[in-house]
Design a protein around this ligand. Structure first.
Ligand code: ADP
Length: 485
């Protein structure tokens, strides 16, 4: 449509380096696709390792400029960018739906969520504090202050093209750090649009540089190992996170790692069943199930599993699958063919191991990468989907009898991002929340993401926290100055 073409045309598709838009070396480009049709939307610059290095050099040059801005100046830039995101929310949401597939209402929700990181960190920027203390033995004084960690490399995934960027850029800017950000090749457009907004909001040249590329490893490895950046913040798969941690070891870089999850969703028979079903719909179907927080293993106490399965299947079966730009659609396409193939493989494996399909179970014929919302019952604990992120609209139900049994099942994974628990028994709620080996717990709640709360995982789900009042600490170094009094 005309408005679709207009929002695509409005985005600058070059690299954003040192405050200027420039072509990639050799004017190289790659195509961006609409996952609802499989068709090419446009092409964007394909950065080379030399372009990556130029972006990093620009960040290094801008670092003292960023550090010299007053906290109030940094806060004002973030506040202005927050306002611009809201002013342009309709166009930005459409752009995101076109490149990523999520329904327009969810895309708008993401722009609001993304902007909130800027509002939150604008107020954190002016609250960076320190300490002054007398040494216990007397005499010396300890002055403790916090300084920006330095130039940062930020790498983001395709599932939340805007929010995963602002969640890193917000605290980086608030702390006084310059950065190079590399969005995922499937969804570069939202980040390119954000670069324009940050420049309009008054960010100094080179303070944020955006490079889009297809050869992520080839471009970012020399940047990381150059020693010019002091910090890497990554959101993506555990597999790539481990590779990047090894690269960061070379120059002992600070890291924040938001990696994969394998969330258990546990419903006890004393829970409010309507609330539990609604929570499961949210935890499973938000973003078509393409979230590291998505409910991946749904454990239901045996006495209520049939009723729960019936109600969940009614809800998922009633959802409208289609192109996210169309009215009334609440489930968009998956991101690409490999994702669709993976979901199909995992469903076939679960069925082979005895699961029953209550609703869905099939891809949708035609263009795009659509999969029908699916509920599987009787999924055996050795099904492949219990050990892998599904990243699709498939809810696997597994029965349990005892509390100890389900805690052991839930914790029996190398991941530890988030777990969900539904119960109306206060003591059980606290007991189980404390026993779950996860960085976050949704207690009678199907969504935990909130810019004002510390988001992050333990075990192989990552290192560090984003958001909350501690999110800015990931971009600050503590310096202690010993004083002879
Ligand atoms: P996903 O499975 O969600 O695509 P990835 O971990 O593969 O997750 O990708 C997340 C981000 O990491 C993307 O921006 C991608 O381009 C980037 N990426 C993938 N492999 C590497 C790598 N070896 N080095 C640096 N970045 C990478």
């Amino acid at each position: 449509t005309a408005s679709e073409t207009a929002v695509i045309d409005a985005v600058n598709k070059q690299l954003f380096i040192g405050g200027s838009w420039t072509d990639a070396s050799g004017a190289a480009t790659f195509d961006v696709h609409d996952p609802a049709t499989g068709k090419v939307l446009c092409s964007v610059a394909d950065a080379s390792p030399a372009d990556g290095r130029a972006a990093l050099d620009a960040a290094v040059k801008a670092q003292p400029v960023m550090a010299a801005l007053s906290p109030r100046e940094r806060a004002d830039i973030l506040t202005r960018a927050f306002e611009l995101l809201h002013e342009r929310i309709d166009d930005l949401a459409l752009l995101m739906t076109l490149e990523m597939g999520k329904p327009l209402a969810e895309a708008k929700g993401e722009i609001t969520y993304a902007a909130e990181f800027f509002r939150h960190f604008a107020s954190e920027a002016v609250r960076i504090d320190g300490g002054y203390q007398t040494a216990p033995a007397g005499g010396a004084r300890f002055l403790v202050t916090k300084q920006p960690v330095g130039p940062c490399i930020l790498i983001t995934p395709w599932n939340f093209p805007m929010a995963m960027g602002t969640r890193k850029l917000g605290p980086a800017i608030a702390a006084g750090c310059s950065s190079v950000i590399k969005p995922a090749p499937q969804t570069p457009l939202s980040m390119l649009a954000l670069a324009g907004i940050l420049a309009e909001a008054g960010l100094p040249e080179g303070a944020v540089n955006v490079i889009t590329c297809t050869d992520a490893a080839g471009v970012t490895e020399p940047m990381i190992t150059s020693g010019l950046a002091r910090k890497l913040s990554f959101t993506g798969s555990t597999k790539v996170g481990k590779i990047l941690l090894a690269q960061c070891a070379e120059k002992v870089m600070r890291t924040s790692m938001e990696l994969g999850g394998n969330a258990p969703f546990i419903v006890f028979d004393d829970a409010d069943l309507d609330e539990a079903v609604a929570g499961a719909v949210a935890a499973k179907m938000r973003n078509m199930g393409e979230a590291c927080t998505a409910a991946n293993r749904i454990y239901i106490q045996s006495s209520i599993i049939d009723e729960f399965g019936k109600r969940l299947a009614e809800k998922l079966g009633a959802m409208t699958v289609g192109r996210g730009t169309e009215d009334g659609v609440n489930v968009g396409p998956l991101i690409d063919q490999p994702s669709l193939d993976k979901v199909q493989r995992l469903v076939a494996d679960a069925v082979d191991r005895g699961a029953t399909v209550i609703t869905g179970g099939e891809p949708v014929d035609g263009d795009g990468y659509f999969f029908t919302p699916t509920v599987l019952s009787g999924v055996s604990t050795d099904a492949a989907m219990n050990a892998e992120e599904i990243f699709g609209p498939v809810a696997p139900l597994t029965p349990f009898d005892a509390e100890d049994e389900v805690i052991a099942l839930a914790n029996g994974t190398p991941w530890g991002l988030v777990g969900y628990v539904y119960t109306n028994d206060l003591r059980r709620a606290l007991r189980v929340s404390e026993a779950l080996e996860f960085g976050m717990v949704g207690l009678n709640q199907g969504v935990v993401s909130n810019p004002y709360a510390p988001f992050g995982g333990i075990k192989e789900s990552g290192l560090g926290r984003e958001g909350g009042s501690i999110g800015i600490d990931e971009f600050l170094e503590v310096k202690y100055i010993g004083i002879t009094a």
